[in-house]
Design a protein around this ligand. Structure first.
Ligand SMILES: Cc1cc2nc3c(=O)[nH]c(=O)nc-3n(C[C@H](O)[C@H](O)[C@H](O)COP(=O)(O)OP(=O)(O)OC[C@H]3O[C@@H](n4cnc5c(N)ncnc54)[C@H](O)[C@@H]3O)c2cc1C
Length: 421
């Protein structure tokens, strides 16, 4: 294989970087992961994730980690309730019996990010992840790379893989192509002890997810295994809204006041999500890499995951794509049919570009309609049109519309009883 006797440096220990490290170690490669976090526990990991059969689960299967996954995933956490801004439930996957199971094409089991990261970390050889390694620059010296870290350390690597997320420091050494602004900002929140802190939303959530739509705004809530909730509101905004809004996101009273004003038409029950002083808020302006991006493969550096194809999260594909990148890159780098690493990287990148073209388009489609006045109607119509099989959001389940005929008529929905997957 092309990577024998090479020092491989993966920059970033997110789901993409750790999956790649595991897959390459299974093939006997010499890999280190350089991660900015000072240790595994330093940061609250974000909301829950559904892994898809053809991508996230395929990578875990190849990594020999499905048994571990099956002991940590959360059955039922993927079930969704679709509501309007007044908490009226229009579609409820909890009300349906599904027979989806592992091995089915459309089964999308849910796992929290923390346990997923732990499964991957525990699968690596001791010392693989070098914590507190915030990369600040890299320099090419003949056929190798010199990596410089914020803590003053430097190392040499034969092959560098940028898995360092949306604001990758490695990406400029691969391509000058930049992400563009999508017009949407997301404000992510992480709330402790949801049952106590947000009892009404807790009841509605039922251990699964809520997708709420109203006034061109979206609110998504997911339950997590430790009793906390991850949630995110998203809305149309100027590019630099987070800075220019004047809201101090470390001051929860200010965030609550902002929510009450900007989501004034929404039911006050949602305020629960914003009232606790312990809730962490992170504004996330949404960018997307150009769907037709391409570059010439380099012999000893490439990208995966968000570093390669950052996109909004409205199709639930980011982690899945990062893990599939890891699978395809590991296979290319260890395939004897390629005579050098440039060929292997070119093969991987070709697959990645084409896939991002498709998945990115579906993602932007969701991003657009979810922030239109008729988003709720579109969501329900999409169930009916069986578009979910494209992986656009919820996936797989038979869903019944439970809204009263008069309300359906008022919001312009057809008189349908059953909405099929
Ligand atoms: C609110 C929200 C909800 C989302 N929901 C979903 C979902 O439901 N499903 C889904 O599939 N995706 C979802 N996504 C997208 C998903 O989180 C990303 O696509 C995914 O995490 C990308 O994985 P990655 O490994 O490429 O990068 P990341 O997960 O971003 O990991 C990058 C790693 O690199 C490290 N790093 C960064 N800079 C440096 C540096 N300079 N030096 C060293 N290390 C560095 C970081 O600390 C991090 O550990 C969501 C994203 C957001 C913001």
């Amino acid at each position: 294989m092309n990577i024998q006797h090479k020092n491989i440096a993966i920059i970033g220990g997110g789901p993409g970087g750790l999956t790649l490290a595991r897959l390459l170690q299974l093939k006997g490669a010499n890999v280190k992961v350089y991660e900015r976090d000072v240790n595994a526990a330093v940061r609250v990991q974000g909301g829950a994730l559904d892994l898809h059969a053809e991508s996230g689960l395929a990578a875990l299967t190849k990594a020999g980690l499905m048994d571990e996954f099956k002991t940590h995933y959360r059955p039922g956490a993927e079930l969704v309730r679709v509501t309007d801004s007044q908490l009226a439930v229009y579609a409820d996957q909890h009300a349906e019996i599904t027979n989806e199971k592992f091995g089915d094409k459309n089964y999308r089991p849910e796992i929290d990010r923390g346990p997923l990261r732990e499964i991957l970390l525990n699968s690596l050889l001791p010392g693989t992840v070098v914590w507190d390694s915030h990369i600040v620059s890299i320099e090419q010296i003949q056929d190798t790379w010199r990596l410089v870290f914020k803590n003053g350390n430097t190392i040499m690597a034969d092959l560098v893989i940028g898995a360092d997320g949306a604001n990758s420091k490695i990406r400029p050494f691969v391509t000058g192509i930049k992400p563009y602004w999508t017009g949407i900002t997301m404000l992510e929140g992480s709330l402790k002890d949801g049952a106590k802190t947000a009892p009404v939303i807790h009841q509605l959530l039922k251990g699964g997810k809520i997708f709420a739509y109203g006034n061109q705004k979206t609110l998504i809530v997911s339950s997590k295994g430790d009793g906390s909730f991850g949630f995110a509101v998203s809305f149309k905004s100027d590019e630099f809204w987070a800075k220019e809004s004047g809201v101090n996101f470390n001051d929860n009273q200010q965030v609550l006041a902002w929510f009450k004003k900007e989501f004034a038409e929404w039911n006050p029950a949602w305020w629960e999500l914003f009232e606790s002083a312990d809730t962490l808020f992170i504004p996330r302006p949404q960018y997307c890499m150009p769907l037709d991006q391409k570059w010439d493969a380099k012999p000893n550096i490439t990208l995966l995951g968000d570093a390669a194809h950052w996109m909004p999260p409205f199709a639930g594909e980011g982690v899945n794509m990062a893990m599939l990148d890891a699978l395809q890159l590991s296979e290319a780098l260890t395939d004897a049919k390629f005579s050098d690493t440039r060929q292997a990287i070119a093969h991987y990148e070709k697959q990645m570009f084409a896939r991002f073209g498709r998945i990115g388009q579906a993602t932007l489609f969701n991003t657009e309609w979810m922030h239109q006045p008729d988003a709720l109607k579109q969501m329900l119509a999409m169930f009916g049109k069986n578009k979910l099989k494209q992986g656009l959001f919820i996936g797989n389940y038979l869903v019944k519309v439970m809204v009263m005929p008069a309300i359906r008529k008022a919001i312009g929905l057809p008189p349908v009883q059953k909405i099929l997957r």
